[in-house]
Design a protein around this ligand. Structure first.
Ligand SMILES: [Cu+2]
Length: 141
């Protein structure tokens, strides 16, 4: 009798463990974001949006984009400089197609506001007019 109760308890634990693993996979899609890096600002691509859409960095620093899409379909994105309306697409940089789990890093050595978009999704009115603003580093007080 006691043995049968113990067995049932074990079954319950196994089920709980399965549920936990499932939740974890659903949240991350199995793709692990890269470790944070000094002088690198991270932008995530998820649900066909850039988060955050606008970042400000110091001249000489980097932006790293990570494709964190985790849905049933592996949605690719691009990080393409410029804007389709300005005929300057990809003049400064172009990541090419990035699958979920991939990242792309770009260093910015000039001050200015740099627009970018995703070649695959800007027509949906999303993933367009995102910006990297590069400023002159301020001396530390
Ligand atoms: Cu896209």
């Amino acid at each position: 009798m006691a043995a049968s109760i113990r067995k049932r308890r074990c079954g319950g634990h196994a089920l709980a463990a399965c549920a936990l693993i499932f939740v974890e996979l659903a949240c991350t899609g199995g793709a692990t974001p890269p470790e944070p890096q000094e002088g690198t600002t991270d932008v995530t691509m998820e649900n066909s949006r850039f988060t955050p859409e606008n970042v400000t960095i110091n001249r000489g620093e980097r932006v790293r984009w990570f494709n964190a899409e985790s849905g049933i379909y592996p949605i690719p994105h691009t990080i393409t400089s410029g804007d389709p309306a300005d005929n300057n697409e990809g003049e400064l940089w172009d990541s090419g197609s990035m699958s979920p789990g991939e990242s792309f890093t770009q260093q910015f050595d000039e001050v200015g506001v740099f627009e970018y978009f995703c070649e695959f999704h800007y027509r949906m009115g999303q993933m367009r007019n995102a910006t990297v603003t590069v400023v002159e580093p301020q001396p530390q007080p």
